[in-house]
Design a protein around this ligand. Structure first.
Ligand code: HEC
Length: 164
């Protein structure tokens, strides 16, 4: 039941996000030349398309984390929380374009990594209450970064913010 809801939620959110791609294309997002981080290393914060893919994947992972916690399936929650933690670990330096990505991008990136890793540990240890609390910290990192990044301000994560 809850799983079916989670899928619908993910589809809805992805649909909402898809709608803003055109808008995003108007911003020649990062300015890679300025700081010497070229294109083409496949993933990273300075590659706008890779960043969006990573975000989409994190959304799906967080829907799974949420569902796992809600259903008492902490193994699933742990697996997906650790995917989120690893996603930021491998994402390279913050984008140089602070007008689009915000001044505090790196800070929220670190907070997200730390809280997702903590959640994974708690879920692995079977601490559902702890995982539930940390879930909120993870979502505040998502929402915090989006709130300071003009490019991300319209991303709607409200479904993930509903009380668990
Ligand atoms: C460090 C900053 C930062 C953090 C933390 C962050 N985001 Fe994002 N997110 C962004 C930026 C910037 C964009 C806009 C990217 C673009 O449009 O080029 C974005 C876009 C998105 C999108 C839209 C992607 C698309 O296809 O247009 C989704 C969905 C998303 N984020 C989900 C999440 C979730 C879920 C979390 C937490 C697990 C999260 N984000 C954490 C910065 C962040």
């Amino acid at each position: 039941m809850t799983n079916r809801l989670s899928c619908a939620l993910a589809a809805l959110l992805l649909f909402a996000c898809g709608a803003k791609h055109e808008h995003v294309a108007e911003h020649p997002a990062s300015a890679p030349a300025a700081h010497g981080h070229g294109h083409g290393h496949g993933h990273g914060h300075d590659d706008p398309e890779a960043l969006r893919k990573l975000m989409g994947a994190m959304l799906v992972d967080m829907v799974q984390v949420r569902g796992g916690i809600a259903n008492g399936d902490l193994t699933t929650a742990a697996r997906h929380a650790s995917a989120v933690a690893k996603a930021c670990e491998h994402s390279g330096p913050p984008p140089a374009d602070t007008k689009a990505y915000g001044e505090r991008f790196a800070e929220f990136d670190r907070t997200l990594h730390a809280s997702a890793a903590k959640l994974a540990g708690q879920a692995e240890a079977g601490d559902g209450d702890g995982a539930k609390k940390t879930y909120e910290a993870v979502i505040s990192a998502c929402v915090g970064c989006h709130g300071q990044a003009p490019l991300a301000m319209e991303v709607d994560l409200s479904a993930l913010q509903e009380p668990l």
